[in-house]
Design a protein around this ligand. Structure first.
Ligand SMILES: NC(=O)c1ccc[n+]([C@@H]2O[C@H](COP(=O)([O-])OP(=O)(O)OC[C@H]3O[C@@H](n4cnc5c(N)ncnc54)[C@H](O)[C@@H]3O)[C@@H](O)[C@H]2O)c1
Length: 392
């Protein structure tokens, strides 16, 4: 499984619980990409009382049709060879699309949809490169439509608590942050090779799960601008035909592996904060470390998860002083009501309908993407690089 954010999610019934939804106006939704994560999107979309799923496109012939059939939906138009054909079909009257394509097909469909005046829910990572993210944001700006990026851990109560703690000032001035995580053996190939081939994925662990670790801390800090990065990436496991996660496909998959399975970086952020980051799809270690947010009045330790299930790996602890005595405060793990994907999809629909701000705005995730892009560039150059973010 690529990330476990969708595993075991306790989906809730929007119909039963959320009485504030105006069902007189339906949002006409199309799917772009009908693979693995589209299934999880579908499970949430079909619960929404104000959604009409009208179309779907996948570049693999027959895949979209089979997808909607599997979910018991009839009358959904699927006879499109690409996202462009579907978005060009004005008879659909699309209000929104959910883009569930592999990473290298995030920017193109998002730009095309925004240029057509259609609201976009785009799966994570934002894009592969920083330049692509900027192009998507230019289209967003021109269209005035909603663009949200699919970081569902944002809706986890523990993630919200991390932000609350940092923003409250309880930790004082933040000067050092360590984040990341990973799996001992967890290169995601349960449904083929779209996560590991350069042409489809573009980035490996760095973009796939690294983006979540970065978002957890950057969101808590208020998304300070990244200034420089010294990055490293490697692919010792992915390119090894004996890698046990591949099962019998070792020969085939190891030859196709064209991305990173481990990345590390030292990033300087605006405000004098340094960010120490490492992420792994596979390693000879249980975890490359907990997330740590160090401040002048206190520090927060966030136990790493088996990576990435969208929450914390155990009770968080604050290390601080009370009247000169050094103490530790353990925080209970909070339960989130409802499924994270349900929140992700509902908040997107609400923004589309009410013209409210994007729940997970591109202006924040741009910095996440700038770091990923910077790690790649620095690793390739073998030295620290400056992060230059083009004007949107
Ligand atoms: N938020 C999460 O928890 C989560 C979990 C898994 C994957 N993802 C993200 O979702 C994306 C898709 O992952 P997946 O596991 O579903 O991959 P997948 O390979 O199973 O599915 C992608 C589908 O998109 C189709 N496609 C590609 N380009 C297209 C285009 N231009 N038009 C129409 N269809 C196109 C492919 O044929 C394929 O069927 C990735 O970017 C991944 O990072 C997010």
């Amino acid at each position: 499984m690529a990330d476990k954010s969708m595993a075991g999610l306790d989906h809730f019934s929007v119909r039963a619980e959320d009485k504030g939804i105006d069902t007189s106006k339906k949002v006409r939704v199309g799917f772009i990409g009908c693979g693995w994560i589209a299934d999880t999107h579908m499970q949430s979309f079909i619960k929404q009382p104000d959604v009409e799923i009208v179309a779907g496109a996948d570049i693999v012939p027959g895949k979209a049709e089979a997808f909607f059939k599997k979910h018991g939906l009839e009358g959904v138009k699927t006879d499109y060879a690409s996202h462009k054909e579907m978005l060009d079909d004005e008879s659909l009257g699309l209000d929104a699309v959910t883009i569930c394509t592999y990473n290298c097909q995030h920017a193109g469909p998002a730009i095309y949809a925004l240029n057509k005046g259609i609201n976009v829910l785009l799966e994570k990572p934002f894009t592969v490169t920083l330049d692509e993210a900027v192009e998507v944001m230019r289209a967003e700006k021109k269209s005035g439509k909603v663009l949200t990026i699919g970081f569902q851990p944002r809706f986890d109560e523990n993630m919200k608590l991390i932000k609350k703690i940092v923003q409250s000032g309880e930790l004082g001035e933040i000067y050092y942050v360590q984040t990341g995580g990973g799996r001992r053996r967890g290169i995601p190939t349960p449904h083929g090779t779209s996560f590991i081939e350069e042409e489809t994925a573009g980035v490996g662990a760095l973009g796939d799960i690294g983006c979540y670790s970065l978002d957890m801390v950057l969101n808590a800090l208020g998304y300070p601008k990244p200034l420089t990065v010294s990055g490293y990436k490697s692919a010792y496991f992915g390119k090894d035909s004996k890698y046990c996660g591949y099962g019998k496909k070792g020969e085939e998959y190891s030859k196709k592996f064209g991305v990173d399975d481990f990345a590390a970086a030292f990033i300087r952020l605006e405000g004098g904060i340094v960010l120490d980051f490492r992420i792994a799809w596979a390693m000879n270690l249980d975890t490359p470390g907990d997330t740590i947010i160090m401040g002048t009045k206190g520090s927060l330790r966030i136990p790493s998860t088996e990576c990435w299930n969208g929450t914390v790996g155990g009770p968080m602890k604050i290390y601080h002083e009370v009247s000169g005595v050094q103490v530790e405060t353990e925080l209970p793990v909070l339960k989130t009501s409802g499924g994270l994907f349900d929140h992700k999809i509902r908040t997107f629909l609400d923004a589309c309908k009410n013209g409210t701000p994007s729940p997970i705005p591109s202006s924040e995730i741009l910095y996440n993407q700038a770091i990923i892009d910077g790690v790649v560039k620095s690793a390739e150059a073998g030295r620290e690089v400056e992060i230059v973010i083009p004007e949107v």
